[in-house]
Design a protein around this ligand. Sequence first.
Ligand code: NDP
Length: 266
Amino acid sequence: MPIQVPQAESLKDMFSLKGKVVIVTGASGPRGIGIEAARGCAEMGADLAITYSSRPDGAKKNCEDLTKEYGVKVKAYKCNVGEWSECEKLVSDVIKDFGKIDAFIANAGATADSGVIDGSKEDWDRVIQTDLNGTAYCAKAVGAHFRERGTGSLVITASMSGLIANFPQEQTSYNVAKAGCIHMAKSLANEWRDFARVNSVSPGYIDTGLSDFVDEKTQKLWLDMIPMNRNGLAKELKGAYVYLASDASTYTTGANIVIDGGYTCR
Ligand code: NDP
C-alpha cells in the first residue's frame, strides 16, 4: 500500500514542518549537528523535543534560543540512548507532552580514539552502545508509534566513517558503528516500507567540537584529503535534515545523504 504521498504542490509547502513534532537526540552542544538540525526544523515550523545526556545546561540554553528565535514549542529531555528503558521513556514522554511524533532524528553519538589492540574494552563498548545499539533502541522505541500512526520519518546521523575507514585516527569502533547505522537505515526502510521512511545522513569532518582534541598535524592531513579543503559547518547539514523530516522527501527511503566536501568521492 502506498504511504505518505505528498499533499502539497509548492516546494515551500513540501518543506514546511508546521504542525509537525520532531525529536532530535544529542542536541545539547553549542555548535553541534543536533542543534543545527533542530534549528532547521524549528525554522520550518516544527515543535521540537531535544535530548541531552550529560549537558542539561546546554540543552536548556538551546531550548530557550530556539523558542525565542522561532516561537515554536521546544522541550528538553534527558536520555542516555544506550539504555533501552530511557529511549522507551523518551518516546512515551514526548507523545504525552506533544501528542505525536512525526520525525525522529537519531543523532546522539560518541567517539573514541583508541585502537582495537591497545584501546580499552570500555571504549569499544561505549561507542558501540551509543552509536549502534543506541540508534537501534531509538528506532525500536519510535517505530511502534510510526506503525500505529501509519506515518513517520526516521533520520539517522551516520558518518562518512561508515563508508570509508577513518584515517589516520584509530577509530574502528566508530567506523563499524556508523557503517551499521547506514545499513540500519537501509534495512529498516525495507522493514517499515508500509508505514515510515528511514534514511541516514553521513557528514564528513564538521566543525562541532567533537574533534577539537585532534592535533594540528592530523587536522592538516584531513584538510589535504578533503577536495573542498575545509571542514564543514553544522549549518551546512540542516537542509538535509529538514528535507528528510519533511514531506519534500516522501519518495526517499533507504537513502544515505553524504555531506563531506567530497572526501569520499575519490
Ligand atoms: P556533539 O558533541 O555536539 O554531539 C554529540 C551529542 O551526542 C551530544 O548532544 C551528547 O549529549 C550526545 N550523546 C553522547 N553520548 C550519548 C549517550 N550515551 N546518550 C545520549 N546522548 C549522547 O558533536 P557532533 O554534533 O559532532 O555529533 C553529533 C553526531 O554527528 C554524532 O552522532 C557524531 O558521531 C556525528 N558526526 C559528527 C561528525 C563531526 O565531524 N563532528 C562527522 C560525522 C558524524 P551530552 O553532551 O549531553 O552528553
